[in-house]
Each structure stands twice: as structure tokens, then as C-alpha cells.
Ligand binder design. Structure first.
Ligand SMILES: *[C@@H]1O[C@H](CO)[C@@H](O)[C@H](O)[C@H]1NC(C)=O
Ligand SMILES: *[C@@H]1O[C@H](CO)[C@@H](O)[C@H](O)[C@H]1NC(C)=O
Ligand SMILES: *[C@@H]1O[C@H](CO)[C@@H](O)[C@H](O)[C@H]1NC(C)=O
Length: 414
């Protein structure tokens, strides 16, 4: 009897283990999320831990190094990218200041909170501010040197996040190229990445392309819905959504700069659930499709150009942030409302069942008036249409589709 029960148990255990092993490749999905805090009504960081877990996210990107958040996530297994805002760059050129910052904001939380990277500056190059741009690499170098001195450089990487607008060309993906006026600066950054082994981060928003030209840009192509896709005429690779095409454009730009092996991570992408009247596509239905499909995509691997690469994607964003300036969409990228309820159902199965947030007791007054030292921007990557010479490649498809895609291309490019 006892022995029978034992056998039964051990078989069940074996079954669980084998199923676990079989399912493992599906479960290693690493879902990242941006935790922006430009708001005065967000729940306390302790209450955010279950929310992050409810969507199955294992990686969180902060725009600062908020000690309350880093403390709240201690021993949760969640990995962190912490940020150093653009207004810190000039100061961080000083190696002593960089070392003091790393000690206080990174070293103090390790190893309980798993900080794996520091991103120095957000979308710096596309501000066209020569002083700011000139401080970027020296700041990254000081921060890296500080990590070396503290013996942390093997576990904490140093990088920066770019807007997709650093590309001059992004279509077809194989023609991806950096803006010529930025190439000297980018080449130095790329050399830094290659030497220190850190990834190249890009913020990419197919929403901007759609919003700028909703009549021409096929909605299904930007929302990862079934559609006929496009074929890159020089590689014959097929793309069925704009985000992956944008990632490959970055890979192509890196390859032509001589950095074929550098990994690309998507540090921000998302879709707003509300917008102004002139912001076509900003609806809960579209946001649900974009982000729901994105969560499914994050469980897969690779792009047509880099099939075995990891897709490292950070969704923007965890919360609607009521104090962000700009159009209405800027305050409505969140998966969650400040009270912790979902803005829409993502419809995804996660570790903890179907995503459904627990509710919070409303806004937490103690978090109001919190300083927002970090300029956070998802709008600086805005891609507007500009007059440009007609595209000259041939897609090998019908003229209407060619027209549509050439519009898409312009949107993506300029
Ligand atoms: C932190 O994250 C890295 C990257 O995934 C992982 O290799 C490492 O084991 C983690 N460290 C801890 C203490 O969990
Ligand atoms: C920066 O310069 C580029 C290239 O000259 C231009 O296309 C872009 O609009 C400028 N961006 C800003 C924010 O001024
Ligand atoms: C999700 O929450 C809503 C109310 O907030 C509730 O009606 C629904 O039953 C919940 N669904 C799941 C799967 O827990």
C-alpha cells in the first residue's frame, strides 16, 4: 500500500518533471516591462510586485534608480535595468561622481535585487544637442569604470537607449542605416558596446507610423494581426509586422557599421489605449491587440535576419502616467490604471493564470509629489512624414500594395 502510493507519487513527480522539461522552452519567455513613474497617484512599490508578476514579467526597466522600488523587489527574482537620466550625463563624466552613484544606487541593492544593467541617457542622440551628445560616451565610460573598480562589471552592463529616429533608412529592413550625421558618434558607442559586451537598446513605436498616416499604413501589419506581410526584395525575407521589420533594420544598420554580432534589445514599445482626436488608432481595442500579440511574440525567438537571437522586449508601460506632458496618448500607454486594475484585458495566459490584476485601495497619497528627476519620453521617437525622393526598389507585388508600403516606409524612415 505504502509502496504503491510511493510509486504513484514518484510517477506523478516524474511526469511533472518531464512535462516541465518539455514545456521549458515555452516557459523561458522573458517578458520585460517599463515602470515609469511620472504620476502622482501610483500604488506603493510593494503593491506593484504582484502586478508585475501577474503579467508574467521577469524584467523591469526603471527610468531612475528609485530606492523604494529596488528595495520592494528584493529577493523576487525580477531583473532590473536602472536608468541615469539625461540631466546626469554631464555630472557622470566625473569618474568619482560616477563611482559614488554606482555605490549608492546599484551596489547597495545587490545581490538581493538583481540589477543587470544601467542605461545612461534616454534617446540622447535625437535631441540634436551637441553638448548632451558629447557627454554620452564619457558618462557611459565613467559608469563602466566604476563598475570595474567595484568588481561589478561582469554582472552589470552599461548601455543607453536610442530612438528609432537615429535611423536614416529602415525600409526595406536590409537597407537599414544610421543617420549620416550621427555615424561618427554611433561608431564610438558601438565600439564601447563591443568591448564591454553590452546590448544596443532601441525604442520603437509602430503606433507613430500608424498615427501619422492611418489611411495608408495597414493596421493589421502594425498590430501583429494576420496579414499578407511584406517581402524584403534584397533578402527575400518575409515580414508580417512592422516591429520585427524595424528590429531587423537596426540589425542591418549595425552590420553595415561593422557590428554584426551586437545584440539589439527593444527598450520600449507599446500602444496607447486613448488619444486625442487626431491620434488615430489610440483605442483600448488596438492597445489590447498590440500588447496582447506582443506578449505572445515575446515567447518566441529571433527575427528573419537573426533567427537565433533572443527577443528582448520591454513593453511601455506598466501604468498610465497622469503627469506626462504631450498629447493624451502619452498618459495612456499603461497596462494598468493607477488603482492597479487592468486598462483592458490582455487576454494572455501567464504563470499565474489569465492576466487579471488585483485591485488596490486607490491612489496612495504618500507617493504624490514624488520628484520625477528623469525626463521620460516615448514621443521623441516620433516619425513624421517628410517629402523625400520616391522609393526606387520594387516589392514584386501589386501597385496598390507598393503604394501603401512606400508610405509605410516613409513613415518609418523619416
Ligand atoms: C540575475 O540575472 C542574471 C541575468 O539573467 C542571471 O544570470 C543571474 O543568475 C541573476 N542573479 C541572481 C542572483 O538571481
Ligand atoms: C535633428 O536633426 C535631424 C537631421 O538633421 C532632423 O531630421 C530632426 O528633425 C532633428 N530633430 C530635432 C528634435 O530637432
Ligand atoms: C478579473 O477581474 C474582474 C473584475 O475586476 C472579474 O469580474 C473577473 O472575474 C476576473 N477574472 C479572472 C479570470 O480572475
Amino acid at each position: 500500500m505504502e509502496s504503491g502510493a510511493f510509486h504513484y507519487c514518484s510517477s506523478v513527480l516524474l511526469l511533472i518533471i518531464s512535462v516541465g522539461i518539455l514545456l521549458f522552452p515555452l516557459m523561458v519567455a522573458s517578458i520585460g516591462i517599463n515602470y515609469g513613474q511620472i504620476a502622482n497617484n501610483l500604488p506603493s512599490p510593494e503593491d506593484v510586485v504582484p502586478l508585475v508578476k501577474s503579467v508574467g514579467a521577469t524584467k523591469v526597466k526603471l527610468y531612475d534608480a528609485d530606492p523604494r522600488v529596488l528595495q520592494a523587489f528584493a529577493n523576487t527574482g525580477v531583473e532590473f535595468i536602472v536608468g541615469l537620466g539625461n540631466d546626469y550625463l554631464a555630472k557622470m563624466k566625473d569618474p568619482e561622481k560616477a563611482q559614488a552613484w554606482v555605490k549608492t544606487n546599484v551596489q547597495a541593492f545587490l545581490p538581493a535585487t538583481n540589477i543587470t544593467s544601467i542605461f545612461v541617457g534616454n534617446e540622447v542622440l535625437t535631441f540634436n544637442d551637441t553638448t548632451l551628445t558629447g557627454s554620452l560616451l564619457p558618462a557611459m565610460q565613467s559608469v563602466h569604470t566604476a563598475l570595474v573598480n567595484l568588481g561589478l562589471d561582469k554582472q552589470v552592463a552599461v548601455t543607453t537607449a536610442h530612438s528609432l529616429a537615429i535611423l536614416e533608412t529602415s525600409y526595406p529592413p536590409s537597407a537599414g542605416a544610421f543617420r549620416p550625421d550621427l555615424t561618427a558618434c554611433i561608431n564610438q558607442l558601438l565600439s564601447f558596446h563591443a568591448k564591454t559586451g553590452s546590448p544596443f537598446l532601441i525604442n520603437a513605436y509602430p503606433f507613430f507610423a500608424y498615427k501619422a498616416n492611418p489611411k495608408q499604413v495597414p493596421l493589421d501589419f502594425v498590430l501583429f494581426q494576420p496579414n499578407s506581410g511584406i517581402v524584403d526584395p534584397s533578402t527575400n525575407l518575409r515580414y508580417d509586422n512592422m516591429l520585427i521589420a524595424q528590429i531587423d533594420a537596426v540589425y542591418a544598420a549595425l552590420a553595415s557599421a561593422g557590428y554584426k554580432k551586437l545584440p539589439v534589445h527593444i527598450s520600449e514599445t507599446g500602444w496607447p489605449s486613448r488619444g486625442d482626436e487626431d491620434e488615430a488608432g489610440a483605442t483600448p481595442e488596438n492597445a489590447k491587440k498590440y500588447n496582447g500579440n506582443l506578449f505572445k511574440l515575446m515567447k518566441k525567438k529571433g527575427t528573419p535576419m537573426r533567427p537565433s537571437s533572443d527577443l528582448n522586449i520591454y513593453v511601455f508601460a506598466l501604468f498610465n502616467e497622469n503627469m506626462k506632458p504631450g498629447p493624451t496618448s502619452e498618459r495612456n500607454y499603461g497596462l494598468f490604471k493607477p488603482d492597479g486594475t487592468p486598462v483592458y484585458s490582455l487576454g494572455i495566459a501567464t504563470n499565474e493564470g489569465v492576466s487579471n490584476a488585483t485591485s488596490f485601495g486607490g491612489p496612495t497619497p504618500e507617493s504624490s509629489g514624488m520628484p520625477n528627476t528623469m525626463p521620460e519620453s516615448s514621443s521623441t521617437g516620433y516619425l513624421s512624414i517628410s517629402s523625400s525622393s520616391p522609393e526606387r526598389y520594387h516589392l514584386g507585388v501589386g501597385p496598390a500594395f507598393f503604394f501603401i508600403m512606400s508610405m509605410v516606409i516613409r513613415l518609418v524612415l523619416y
